[in-house]
Design a protein around this ligand. Structure first.
Ligand code: XMP
Ligand code: MG
Length: 180
């Protein structure tokens, strides 16, 4: 097994680039069907979702917009439990068909804090699309409409996800390697 080092920790291969891309293309095809004629607005949550959002968006063939917000709650490999809006939304959401694009739902805290802000602006519809979901770690349940992979409660990096700011540029997804 080829381990990769990110900062002080070792990670093992978990989801290959090809497997991820196949799922992401499948999700794009599904959204093309479900949102035909609706001109959806994708709202991607930075930083973690930037690669997922880019791959998903470029495989969408329907008319669609994308915008970004930056929320942060993680410190190292643990959720800090405190959600900060570092860059807010600059796009009108009212009467739009909104799809929130998130890299991973872990405890659910980030989306639980953010979704009411969107609902308050009365979108025509609001759905959640995530690359990864850790059901065993979820404390604040979120109704997820589209999910690429359900994964165990282990810290992951790559494909936009980071450990302490690093590892985002790994093209595949790696899981924290536990010794022994
Ligand atoms: P919550 O707990 O709010 O977490 O659902 C969501 C945010 O925390 C980050 N996160 C991770 N980042 N590997 C990462 O690189 C992980 O295993 C992980 N789990 C959570 C992520 O930014 C997500 O938006
Ligand atoms: Mg994130």
């Amino acid at each position: 097994m080829q381990l990769v080092q990110v900062r002080d920790k070792q990670f093992e291969p978990y989801l290959s680039e090809a497997v991820i891309l196949q799922k992401v293309k499948g999700l794009a095809a599904q959204l093309n069907k479900d949102y035909e004629g609706k001109k959806p607005l994708l709202i991607a949550i930075l930083n973690g979702s930037f690669i997922f959002a880019a791959d998903l968006f470029k495989h969408m063939t329907i008319e669609a917009e994308i915008s970004f917000i930056k929320l942060a709650s993680y410190k190292g490999t643990r959720s800090s439990g405190h959600v900060i809006t570092a860059i807010g939304l600059d796009t009108e959401v009212t009467n739009r068909h909104v799809i929130v694009i998130e890299d991973i739902i872990d405890t659910g805290k980030t989306l639980t804090a953010f979704l009411p802000q969107l609902y308050n602006q009365q979108p025509a519809s609001l759905k959640i699309a995530v690359l990864l979901h850790k059901p065993e770690a979820t404390v604040y349940p979120i109704a997820i409409d589209y999910c690429c992979f359900t994964i165990p409660d282990k810290f992951v990096v790559g494909y936009g996800l980071d450990y302490d700011g690093f590892g985002r540029n790994l093209p595949a997804i790696y899981q924290l390697h536990e010794e022994g």
